[in-house]
Design a protein. Structure first.
Lengths: 397, 428
């Protein structure tokens, strides 16, 4: 790792590099809690990621698309007798078993838009209208200023600062050089668009091949080449940056590829594996600081409860979120389960929302970063109808 | 945006902008742009000379770099914000035809000045005036090693200096008659002799208006014969020779083919070339007449067949996204990243205008990466509208399947990536 360059990126002085020692670590500034938000853009299918195998109506709903139950070959990973975690998430499952990961199900924001673009903006700005800044930034803005010489408290991972982290509080940003953010299905769609062009088609295909995306990879028959899934490397970098005693405390990452309208099952395997490995890389990067960390994984909405005509799912309403980290009181699924019987579905198509995402975020901001009621309302305007959810952490601030 | 308006913006212009409504009458909009380009402010000859002198004293002196930065930023700003995009494209075409590259170290300070004062004022004038203005400019004179070319029998030549054929050879091969003009080595030598003495001044010696200096003591005495014609001794002999070459039938044919290759297709139909060639001949090289003829050329109304160069692509994307002067550094950095850094063509024949150059695997991947970064920047603030962007960027040129993939994309960012990296986005 290139320490001087990294310091530069964070706006740190040389003092930090020279003073990197055990002692400095022990004497780290107050407020050592770390918060990481992972945005899953494209809408993760909550019923595929966390299957309610204990719900008698689930098998009928998804038919042959319902995954095998825990204990069977290729079966889900049991989360306590009713829900099963997708088998492509084994590391997350291990954290769950170590009481360091929590599943939040039938969760949704207050919006009912099924537009990705609109819902992602709402998810990030924390309101049901478009604002020019994000709730995470507004939350940071309520905290006292960083100690002199320390990095900006907030850190955006990737080339750009997402709406989530935009606003009055200044934040740092970090991008790794290896940054093929684009997911395989999107690349495959672009390759298809080029195919009929006699000049651009072959060149585009060859360009992708040179980057490790062969026809078989694009068709989803083979996994993408190692190293192209930059999420794990970016998440690892995030972890190491956050681990620094004078480094940032809050980071936002994003991962796309969840918009599974067709052949969902094979596509989700790769995407979920990338998420699982990324979260693990984040944990490893954080090292000892993991014990003071909470990671929120969220998506803009869930997907249709039923499988559509192309073995996929369409835009829906409620879905799943994850909360993990050493600071999290995990090992449980938090859900007021609405059921998936036909009459129970929202608008007869989606999993019905029973938990407001804002309650979870507000609870997290209150218990983890110590935001008071006024600060919470600044982060989430007009959210008096969404009380902070208590008891998310082992040791609330 | 209608198909005709999209054609006007993409084939003939630099790409549409959201704040410039699509013209109701695209043909009239284009024709109205055919008028002498306005003079542009920028570093003058004195400033450039001073910077070059300072750099000769101390290679680390920032003067030349500052001038290049000022000029390239001004160019980039002009490209992104131009309201006469066809006129700007036209000027870029002639700048590329008469390429000067900063790969020749000493030309860097002159490049902006060259385009502003030698190319642009003549881009809608006579080709012979354009050629002369370029050949009298210090940028061209130093790029093609003309400044010290000396007639062997001149005063200076008798002291042991000699000819440099570079400018004469490129003149015949690239700028005027081309090998189709069937010139021989003796013609190259004759033109080189005709041009001896054509130099750029230093200090106080140069002509204030163009930096040109005719050094009589380096000029080869006596008449010379070029392509079977006699030309007199002196500065005027060189100028006459250039006018003769500029209006040579082979030059008209070569220019017509190059214009057709740029605006119509890599391998333009013969009718296309003939159409433009006729306009050149009938107007005796009046480029405003040629521009009007090109706009009316039937083949230039057909579906787009060209692949955008990196420059065309980057400019069009930034325009469609509504960027302004603040994006000038982005454009310049992007051109470098896409292997077409400004005023830095690898050789005197300029940047390639053919698909073989630009429809290349790594080129397309880099465009894709850049599209993703820009899309990220555009959507990070929220409220992005990929549909509206598609209408500005491609209008009726957008294919149904591209729009369908955009609609299914998992985020506004992905939708914009699909749009900017689509095959039709690479066409003009």
């Amino acid at each position: 790792m290139n320490t001087p360059r990294r310091s530069l990126l964070l706006g740190l002085g040389g003092a930090m590099v020279a003073g990197r020692s055990r002692l400095a670590l022990a004497q780290g500034p107050a407020g050592d809690r770390r918060l990481v938000v992972v945005l899953l853009r494209g809408a993760l299918d909550g019923l595929a990621a966390v299957a309610p195998y204990g719900d008698a109506d689930f098998a009928a709903l998804r038919g042959r698309h319902a995954p095998p139950e825990p204990g069977q070959e290729g079966g889900t990973l049991d989360l306590g007798g009713f829900f099963g975690l997708h088998p492509a998430l084994p590391k997350l499952h291990a954290l769950y078993r170590a009481d360091q990961a929590m599943v939040l199900h039938a969760i949704a924001g207050p919006w009912r838009s099924r537009s990705h673009f609109e819902a992602q903006d709402f998810l990030e700005c924390g309101a049901t209208q478009r604002l020019s800044d994000g709730w995470l930034n507004r939350a940071l803005a309520t905290l006292p200023p960083e100690p002199p010489g320390a990095a900006r408290r907030g850190l955006a991972l990737g080339i750009d600062v997402p709406l989530l982290l935009r606003g009055p509080a200044r934040v740092g940003s970090f991008a790794s050089r290896n940054r093929t953010r684009l997911n395989t299905p999107l690349l495959a769609a672009l390759a298809r668009l080029h195919r009929t062009d006699p000049q651009l088609g072959p060149a585009f295909a060859e360009g992708l091949r040179a980057r490790g995306f062969s026809a078989a990879v694009l068709a989803g028959q083979e996994p993408p080449p190692p190293g192209t899934g930059s999420f794990a490397s970016l998440a690892g970098s995030a972890g190491r940056l956050l681990a620094d005693p004078r480094g940032p405390r809050v980071a936002a990452l994003e991962l796309g590829g969840w918009d599974t309208h067709a052949t969902q099952a094979p596509r989700l395997i790769g995407e979920l594996r990338a998420l699982d490995e990324g979260l693990d890389a984040l944990r490893l990067g954080l090292g000892e600081a993991w014990s003071q960390t909470a990671v929120l994984v969220m998506t803009e909405f869930g997907r249709t409860a039923r499988i559509n005509g192309t073995q996929g799912t369409d835009h829906g309403t409620a879905g799943v979120a994850f909360l993990l980290g050493g600071a999290v009181r995990g090992g449980r699924v938090l859900a007021d389960w609405p059921g998936v019987a036909p009459g129970r579905l929202f608008e007869n198509r989606d999993l019905a929302p029973t938990l407001d995402l804002r309650r979870v975020v507000k609870g997290l901001l209150a218990e983890h970063l110590g935001l008071n009621a006024a600060a919470l309302l600044r982060a989430f305007p007009n959210s008096r109808d969404a009380d902070p959810l208590p008891g998310l952490l082992t040791e609330p601030a | 945006m209608t198909l005709l308006a999209a054609h006007a913006a993409v084939r003939f212009g630099l790409g549409a902008r959201p704040d410039m409504p699509a013209p109701a009458d695209p043909a009239a909009w284009l024709t109205a742009q055919i008028a002498t380009l306005p003079e542009l402010p920028g570093p003058g000859l004195g400033e450039i000379q001073a910077a070059l002198r300072a750099q000769r004293r101390d290679i680390r002196h920032p003067g030349v770099g500052d001038i290049l930065r000022t000029e390239s930023t001004a160019w980039a700003t002009r490209m992104i914000t131009a309201r006469r995009p066809f006129a700007e494209r036209w000027a870029n075409f002639w700048t590329n035809h008469l390429t000067v590259s900063r790969r020749a170290f000493q030309t860097a300070a002159w490049l902006g000045h060259y385009q502003r004062t030698a190319i642009r004022p003549h881009a809608f004038g006579r080709f012979e005036e354009l050629l002369l203005a370029a050949y009298r400019h210090p940028a061209m004179l130093s790029y093609l090693d003309q400044t010290n070319s000396t007639g062997p029998r001149s005063v200076m030549g008798r002291r042991g200096r000699g000819l440099n054929e570079n400018l004469a050879r490129e003149c015949l091969e690239l700028h005027t008659v081309t090998p189709a003009g069937r010139y021989a080595q003796r013609d190259v030598t004759a033109l080189a002799r005709l041009l001896t003495g054509w130099s750029a001044g230093r200090g106080e010696q140069f002509r204030e208006e163009d930096g040109f200096l005719f050094r009589a003591e380096a000029h080869e005495p006596g008449p010379k014969q070029l392509l079977g014609r006699d030309f007199p001794e002196g500065e005027e002999g060189g100028a006459e020779a250039l006018r003769f070459l500029a209006n040579h039938p082979a030059t008209y044919r070569a220019l017509a083919a190059k214009l057709a290759r740029h605006f119509v297709a890599d391998a333009p139909p013969r009718a296309s070339v003939t159409w433009i060639e006729d306009a050149l001949r009938n107007s005796r090289g009046d480029l405003s007449v040629v521009a009007r003829a090109l706009l009316a050329e039937p083949e230039a109304q057909r579906p787009l067949r060209k692949v955008r160069s990196a420059q065309d692509f980057a400019i069009a994307v930034l325009r469609a996204l509504g960027f302004g002067a603040e994006a000038a550094p982005v454009l310049l950095a992007t051109l470098t990243r896409l292997n077409q850094s400004l005023w830095n063509a690898p050789a005197p024949d300029g940047w390639s205008d053919e698909a073989a150059e630009w429809a290349a695997p790594e080129q397309l991947m880099r465009r894709l990466d850049w599209a993703d970064e820009l899309a990220g920047r555009t959507t990070a603030g929220g409220g992005a509208d990929p549909g509206a962007l598609a209408d500005t960027f491609l209008g009726a040129l957008a294919r149904g399947d591209t729009l369908a993939v955009m609609q299914r994309a998992g985020s506004a960012r992905d939708a914009i990536v699909v749009l900017l990296a689509s095959p039709e986005a690479q066409r003009r």
